[in-house]
Write a protein that binds this ligand. Structure first.
Ligand SMILES: [Zn+2]
Length: 445
């Protein structure tokens, strides 16, 4: 411990073995040891004592639409990474669409990295995109360090990112399996969406009926079948339909290489509470009924669902019209994801250890970031300091998001992030931020 530069002490440190009083030694941006709470502080080391506030590993959010460059008026690296830091997130992986250009070639990746370089308050990685016509770009993108590839099985909402039909899914997945990459999928079947009643208008019930559960279930089944046939690694993005859970559980039991995420809005908001015309609640697949939500929680508890990510996908306020058919689909919640999930988790008898597993350890593992996602020797010294029993009421104007539109407005949530630490440096405390210290991450081979 003689080489420690910094000791972070709390009566509640969330380690892989559980929550306990501990002193975390840090040197060179890494955790060097997790020691008993009362270990004497070595000469020359600085002590930060957080008392009863919880020290947890910084969250790793693998599903964020930063939209920069090109739609920077929707969000941007500066605002998104500050919002993330304020919410206890220390690593995010940026989705390949809604920026212009989308991250679908090595050249586009280079442009994205240049834009992000001096604006990242936290560490940032990138997903690539799998389009109908870019199969030749997938391997070069993989070798350039993207963490995997996103594909849509139904229209994405932006013209520059077309979806894959069944044959093109097979073609892309074959290519990706060839280098043992990861395909992450927006799973809704367009045939079922086309067949559903498309009412339009302000009624949430009509919107919900337009994106039925079986559109998700069918697409997940197709993905499972292809992953099994090609022995490929696939990940289901933002699962909302609980009806898909039995087939996912069966696929996992059968050895199919599939993982699944869901999002704070599916776990904490319900269709029953969405006011008509309130398109800040619009996302695809949609927020469903409370009985559906109970089953998602059960699936998180039993491991059928692996992890929780925000799918932060903001737009400007003018695109959030009161017509659910045409309003922008995407929920803004990056800064609030930890508090939202924790508020509901504690009500349902889960501990912060569970939240950390879902939002940090498993997401880091999904993208192979072996230095992130846990408080143990050898990992990066990335932390959030949380007052878990303090509450706050969400005031959209006080959020760091570029656009102050959020489905969580007015909610009272448990869990106040007191400070956020990246590689041993405090990057955020009580609404104040340092200059950007984030790094751009690449997949480790
Ligand atoms: Zn998304």
């Amino acid at each position: 411990m003689s080489d420690a530069e910094l000791i972070l002490r709390s009566t509640r440190v969330i380690t892989p073995e559980g929550s306990r009083p501990a002193a975390v030694a840090v040197a060179g941006g890494r955790i060097t040891a997790v020691l008993p709470y009362d270990t004497p502080v070595p000469a020359g080391a600085r002590l930060e004592d957080f008392g009863d506030h919880v020290l947890l590993p910084g969250l790793v959010d693998t599903h964020v639409h930063v939209n920069d460059p090109g739609r920077t008026h929707w969000e941007g690296f500066w605002t998104a990474t500050r919002a993330a830091a304020a919410g206890g997130i220390t690593t995010l992986v940026d989705m390949p669409l809604n920026s212009l250009p989308p991250t679908t070639t090595v050249d586009h990746l280079r442009i994205k990295r240049e834009v992000a370089a001096d604006k990242a308050h936290i560490d940032v990685g990138f997903w690539g995109g799998a389009l109908p016509d870019n199969v030749k770009d997938l391997r070069p993108l993989h070798e350039s360090g993207v963490f995997g590839f996103k594909a849509f099985l139904s229209p994405s909402g932006v013209d520059e990112f077309p979806h894959l039909d069944r044959d093109r899914l097979a073609r892309s997945l074959t290519e990706i399996a060839g280098f043992d990459g990861l395909l992450i999928v927006h799973a809704e079947d367009p045939r079922h969406l086309d067949a559903a009643p498309q009412q339009g208008g302000p009624r949430y019930a009509d919107f919900l009926a337009s994106r039925p559960r079986h559109a998700e279930d069918t697409a997940v089944a197709e993905l499972v079948a292809q992953a099994k046939r090609l022995h490929a690694r696939v990940h289901v993005l933002h699962l909302s339909s609980s009806d898909a859970l039995p087939l996912i559980a069966a696929a996992k039991a059968d050895g199919v290489r599939i993982t699944v995420e869901t999002c704070p809005h599916y776990l904490t908001l319900t269709a029953e509470e969405v006011p008509d015309g309130a398109s800040e609640f619009k996302c695809c697949p949609p927020i469903r009924e409370s009985a559906n939500q109970d089953l998602l929680w059960q699936a998180l508890a039993d491991g059928t669902i692996d992890c929780v990510v925000t799918d932060h996908s903001p737009s400007t306020a003018d695109l959030k019209t009161d017509d659910f058919a045409t309003a922008w689909g995407g929920i803004s919640g990056l800064q609030l994801s930890l508090a939202a999930v924790w508020t509901q988790a504690r009500r349902r008898g889960h501990g912060l250890e569970d939240v950390v597993r879902w939002m940090s350890t498993r997401t880091a593992a999904l993208v192979g970031l072996s230095r992130k996602g846990a408080i143990e020797a050898g990992r990066d010294a990335d932390f959030a300091v949380l007052a878990p029993d303090e509450t706050f009421t969400v005031d959209p104007a006080s959020l760091q998001h570029r656009n102050h539109v959020t489905a969580y407005a007015g909610k009272t949530l448990y869990g106040v992030v007191k400070s956020t630490w990246l590689r041993g440096e405090r990057i955020h405390a009580d609404g104040e931020f340092t200059e950007p210290k984030g790094r751009l991450l690449t997949r480790t081979p």
